[in-house]
Design a protein around this ligand. Structure first.
Ligand code: R5P
Length: 296
């Protein structure tokens, strides 16, 4: 049976995204008083009647450790006040990269985080989660999930904004994804061979890029975090004398000011509004709305 959603509560910094999502799904905007006590603890009060109402919670979860507790407190309060189903819409889904025990004694935090969210929410909608060793979110989430794919939106942006693009993907696992974006954008592509030795230690090589010397390199990735994957790639492109690149990601985390480091070497940064950032140029609002409709 299809769930009818009634209200949308947003903890997302992008107010316009919340408004568009609410409007396209015909949801009432939930009224919420949320702030911090002087000691830093969260205060929250829901200013609507939510008993037996099915609610959607939109949240940005980059830098998740400081955002997760207020989110869980909101979910707990909604439940306590008698809300029905609670759908979490997290355009960026964190804690997906620690998807195995790389060294003895490590926590497989992707699993623990999934278990945690599954206890508080009835369902989850996200965009392009980092599925590397997992093939589907159902391998770790106990609730229904739906992941929208931004590839068509990325391809559309490239086709409309870049002259003679050649797409460059981050690693062999991304090949299918990059190939699909390239096909839709009508552009050639190649993928890097990448070795990651540490959080900030990445080595890449770019096969056969010389033949596209007169093309605009478009580095596409699901995530830019420390920026080292792109910085390392850009250093090769500069040495080969290719035109200034476009660095495009679905999720621009930009840890440790990597956005500034990337723009400093003449890279045009473009991201989707899954994570709020001045480089947001690709709107995933429609994708989220479609995913919620499909989830039913
Ligand atoms: C990894 O497999 C991802 O697709 C990205 O390439 C990675 O998360 C980028 O991280 P960073 O910006 O820290 O190099």
């Amino acid at each position: 049976m299809t769930t009818i959603w009634h209200k949308l509560y947003s903890l997302h910094e992008d107010k316009a995204l919340a408004q568009r999502l609410g409007e396209s799904l015909g949801l009432e905007a939930g009224r919420l008083d949320m702030r911090h006590f002087p000691d830093g603890e969260s205060y929250l009060r829901i200013l609507d009647e939510v008993k037996n109402r099915n609610v959607v919670v939109l949240a940005d979860l980059y830098q998740p450790d400081r955002r997760i507790l207020p989110l869980l407190l909101l979910a707990e309060t909604l439940r306590d006040l008698g809300a029905g189903e609670i759908l979490l819409v997290a355009p960026y889904l964190p804690y997906m990269r620690q998807d195995k025990r790389f060294h003895s004694g490590e926590g497989v935090t992707s699993r623990y985080f999934a278990k945690l969210l599954s206890r508080y929410f009835s369902a989850l909608v996200t965009v392009d989660p980092h599925l590397h060793r997992y093939h589907d979110l159902s391998e770790i989430y106990d609730i229904p999930t739906r992941a929208g794919h931004a590839a068509p939106l990325i391809a559309e942006w490239i086709a409309a904004n870049v002259d003679k693009p050649v797409l460059i993907g981050p690693d062999s696992e991304s090949e299918q994804w990059v190939a699909a974006v390239a096909k839709q954008a009508g552009a050639p592509f190649t993928v890097l061979s990448k070795t990651r030795r540490g959080d900030r230690d990445v080595e890449v090589s770019i096969p056969q890029i010389e033949r596209w010397r007169d093309h605009t390199p478009v580095l596409v990735d699901d995530i830019i975090s420390s920026g080292h994957t792109m910085l390392e790639t850009l250093s090769h492109l500069t040495r080969l004398g290719l035109p200034d690149a476009v660095c495009l990601a679905v999720h621009g985390i930009f840890a440790e000011s990597s956005d500034e480091k990337l723009t400093a070497i003449a890279c045009r940064l473009v991201t989707s509004n899954a994570i709020p950032h001045p480089t947001n140029a690709i709107d995933i609002g429609g994708l989220l709305a479609d995913s919620i409709r499909v989830l039913g």
